[in-house]
Design a protein around this ligand. Structure first.
Ligand code: RIB
Length: 311
């Protein structure tokens, strides 16, 4: 089983010709309210990819909270451990997606910030049944730390997607089996420049020296890199037309978790995740863009129809 400890948000999405600069107003279009949150997106993606999946997190006692729970449940996620907090609203994310497919996101965490280490203490039973745990940084860091400790105590493989990035201490690094920052998150975590592949490699090696076991850096349309102590391997992205990159990192992480939970090698898991990420960016929204396992099984035929020559 894959367990996901993390956030659930309602995404309030507007499309716009470009992301506004500070102080600027731009006219957008196509407002949509769709289920999101890095944690919930990862859980939803894992279930759609065929894994038995449980979500651990919190929403508020409001209509958005019940919609988020219902939507995960409909997609096959076990939501028994999603708590409903009386005193906090459900988390929301204000998202602008520009015509290039890139986005800017601001999250008001609401109930996600009230998901505490104490809440996890009643959830030991799911850790005992899990093979892989995925966690991100939209819940309090002490909750993340407790989840990582509980996973380690139960021999669960841990994947930390450090988004949105904050500085992390050595204990957190030592509890993580696979760390999956993007290049800007890597820059914050390492304190080093990551503006080209050589610099990404150097920053990655710096984190490995701090105790990170395995490091995969996602690079958007360039693909992802697995950086080891003495090795580096680039897995190029597929050439597809991105309409909305929201949740691409989430589906990549979920695919990695699902594949590893089935006992696949890290190399094959990264290849699978690369396909899932490519399919995600060709559709709009967060959970609305996540592919089903049957669709990924047909990836070659799908790619024939969706590949573009130049990006
Ligand atoms: O990774 C995408 C997600 O980030 C969105 O769904 C939004 O809710 C924020 O958490």
């Amino acid at each position: 089983m894959v367990i996901v400890v993390g956030s659930l948000n309602m995404d309030l999405v507007v499309r716009a010709p470009k992301i506004p600069r500070p102080g600027e107003t731009v006219l957008g279009s196509d407002f949509k309210q769709v289920p999101g949150g890095k944690g919930a997106n990862q859980a939803d993606a894992a279930a759609k990819l065929g894994a038995e999946t449980a979500m651990l997190g919190a929403v508020g006692r409001d209509s958005m909270g019940s919609q988020l729970i219902r939507s995960l449940e409909n997609d096959g996620v076990n939501v028994d451990k999603v708590l409903v907090k009386d005193s906090l609203p459900t988390g929301v994310a204000a998202i602008v997606v520009e015509d290039s497919g890139n986005n800017a996101i601001t999250v008001a965490p609401g109930a996600n910030s009230g998901f505490t280490p104490d809440d996890l203490s009643d959830m030991d039973d799911v850790f005992k049944r899990a093979k892989v745990m995925l966690v991100q940084l939209e819940t309090p860091i002490e909750t993340v730390r407790t989840a990582l400790r509980m996973a380690k105590e139960n021999n669960v493989t841990t994947i930390l997607n450090p988004a949105p990035a904050i500085e992390l201490d050595d204990e957190i690094f030592s509890l993580v089996d696979i760390l999956t920052p993007n290049e800007t998150e890597l820059e914050l975590l390492s304190g080093m420049d990551t503006s080209n592949i050589e610099r990404v490699e150097a920053a990655g090696k710096h984190l490995i020296q701090k105790g990170v076991s395995r490091l995969i850096v996602t690079l958007g349309s360039q693909g992802s890199i697995h950086i080891g102590n003495n090795s580096i391997r680039l897995y190029p992205a597929y050439n597809v037309k991105a309409v909305d990159t929201t949740a691409a990192g989430d589906s990549y992480n979920a695919a990695l978790a699902v594949s590893i939970s089935k006992g696949e090698s890290l190399e094959d898991s990264i290849k699978f995740a690369t396909k899932v990420g490519a399919m995600t960016v060709t559709k709009h929204g967060a959970q609305t863009s996540l592919p089903l396992v049957e669709e990924v099984e047909d990836f070659d035929a799908w790619y024939e129809k969706n590949k573009v020559e130049e990006r």
